[in-house]
Write a protein of this length. Structure first.
Length: 104
C-alpha cells in the first residue's frame, strides 16, 4: 500500500522524491518523533513539540471544539489536551499515545 502511494506521489511530483518515509520509535510519541525527524533529522524536539501542541490546543480550544463538534464529544477535550503533555501517563490498560484528533 505505501509503496504504491509513494509511487503515485513521485509521479505527481515529476519523479522527484518529495515524500520520504522515516523510521521512528513507536513509544507513544511517534507523531512528534516523526515531525522532529522531518524538520531536523533527529527526534530531538519531540518534547518541545508536545509542549507546543498542548499550548496550542489550550489557547485555541473553543475553535477546535466548534470545528470538530460533529466528531469529538465536548467531554473528551480535557483528555485530549492532557494527553499532549510530554509527561502524561495514561491510566492502566490504556495505550500510550496521542488520540486520532492530533492527526485528524
Amino acid at each position: 500500500y505505501l509503496h504504491d502511494t509513494l509511487e503515485d506521489i513521485k509521479r505527481a511530483n515529476g519523479s522527484r522524491e518529495c515524500l520520504v518515509p522515516v523510521h521512528v520509535d513507536g513509544d507513544g510519541h511517534c507523531l512528534v518523533h516523526a515531525v522532529s525527524r522531518a524538520l531536523v533529522g533527529r527526534e530531538l524536539f519531540w518534547h518541545a513539540l508536545r509542549e507546543n501542541l498542548k499550548k496550542h490546543f489550550t489557547e485555541n480550544l473553543a475553535r477546535y471544539k466548534a470545528l470538530f463538534h460533529d466528531f469529538i464529544d465536548a467531554a473528551e477535550w480535557e483528555d485530549i489536551v492532557n494527553e499532549c503533555d510530554p509527561l502524561f501517563v495514561p491510566p492502566e490498560g490504556v495505550p500510550m499515545g496521542l488520540r486520532n484528533i492530533h492527526i485528524f
